[in-house]
Design a protein around this ligand. Structure first.
Ligand code: SAM
Length: 215
């Protein structure tokens, strides 16, 4: 899967992409991530990428020119959909992650400040996606969340292929939340593991687990 990230702050991604499962996925070429620094595409002599909003109001809006040029450059190399991370978008879900994990390419546009000029959305954006009903300073964390949740669904990315089948919100749980999990020891500070999980009776364990999924 090829992710192209359009951002003013590519360095924010460094630590997350350089460790653990995502790093391994990059090293093993399961995913490829490239960055387009929006500031590199501005024609403003002071390297400005934003301006004051028409109609007045606080804050700055990311302007058309640098964003049009950045998106065009990314689209030359990446034929995937353009996703704009935005609190105004449709809420991201596990079923969306599953759908996108079947795509080959995607372009993720990260906003900053008061957001981006609507004409960029009208001209290029295929989908606006929110990661929840709160406002962050930028689209970089939301982009990382999309990359993480999609990457772990790709074949042979997780150590144990079965582990993603039975996660919260997965189809086999009817999109419900996972049952409680326990590990050794059987008793810790007087707190016991439910008897049925120690029984070795797989049919009963399965029934208990299905009963303990949460809406
Ligand atoms: N003025 C905008 C509004 O009220 O909807 C908020 C802009 S926010 C401060 C700056 C950028 O952060 C947005 O352009 C978007 O890319 C990103 N962002 C903030 N919250 C987000 C969320 N919940 N989901 C996805 N992206 C978000």
């Amino acid at each position: 899967m090829h992710f192209s990230i359009l951002t003013l702050f590519p360095n924010l991604f460094d630590s997350y992409l350089s460790d653990s499962i995502i790093k391994r996925a990059i090293d093993e070429k399961k995913i490829k991530i490239d960055f387009y620094n929006i500031r590199d595409f501005t024609k403003n002599k002071h390297k400005k990428v934003d301006d004051t909003p028409y109609g007045g109001g606080a804050g700055m809006v990311m302007a058309c020119q640098p964003l049009f040029e950045t998106i065009k450059a990314a689209k030359n190399k990446n034929k995937g959909k353009v996703i704009y991370l935005s609190p105004k978008g449709r809420t991201f879900t596990q079923s969306k992650a599953e759908k996108w994990s079947k795509e080959k390419e995607v372009i993720l546009l990260c906003g900053r400040y008061e957001g981006i000029d609507q004409r960029v959305i009208d001209a290029f954006v295929d989908e606006e996606i929110s990661i929840g009903q709160y406002v962050l300073t930028g689209g970089e964390l939301p982009a990382m969340i999309l990359i993480d949740s999609i990457t772990r669904l790709l074949p042979n990315v997780l150590g144990n292929e079965n582990s993603k089948e039975g996660d919260s919100f997965s189809k086999i749980f009817n999109r419900k939340k996972e049952y409680p999990q326990y590990t050794k020891p059987e008793i810790y500070e007087n707190l016991k593991v439910p008897e049925v999980l120690l029984s070795g009776n797989h049919a009963e364990i399965e029934k208990w687990r299905m009963r303990n999924l949460k809406d």
